[in-house]
Ligand binder design. Structure first.
Ligand code: AMP
Length: 126
């Protein structure tokens, strides 16, 4: 089954420059920008410019150049904002996918959260 990409999603509109964003890093393949409702002092979203819905869609279908560039941008953001575990105090990378992942925006994005202790990753819910 193929992923269906909705080109009216909010990140597609950001990429078309129909709505503004606070850019942190931009390359030919990738855009990193501040989350509009930050959950931590550092909360950046990294998105590919291509039309991918989820992490696994991107990993399955993007070119090697897109995948390499995306990952390099993640590292650049961490260095730039001082949240790498190397020079800073670390961060958390999250990517929500689909219904159970509670993904709100159906364009693949990686959250980078940092700038404070983030607690445990998940609470067990029965
Ligand atoms: P997710 O639940 O993983 O799909 O997360 C979507 C994220 O996009 C949320 O953290 C929102 O705060 C963020 N968001 C929604 N609209 C915008 C926007 N216009 N600019 C920046 N971030 C946004």
């Amino acid at each position: 089954m193929a992923y269906a990409y909705d080109d009216q999603n909010i990140f597609a509109k950001i990429l078309r420059k129909e709505i503004p964003n606070k850019t942190v890093v931009e390359t030919d393949h990738t855009l990193a920008f501040e989350d509009i409702y930050p959950q931590a002092p550092v909360h950046v979203l990294v998105i590919p410019k291509g039309a991918y819905v989820t992490y696994d869609h991107f990993a399955e279908s993007a070119s090697d150049a897109e995948i390499a560039d995306f990952n390099r941008v993640v590292a650049q953001v961490c260095r730039k904002l001082g949240v790498s575990a190397d020079e800073g105090q670390g961060c958390r990378f999250i990517s929500n996918a689909g219904e159970h992942g509670v993904q709100e925006v159906p364009h693949y994005h990686l959250h980078i959260l940092g700038g404070r202790p983030l607690g445990r990753m998940l609470q067990k819910a029965d």
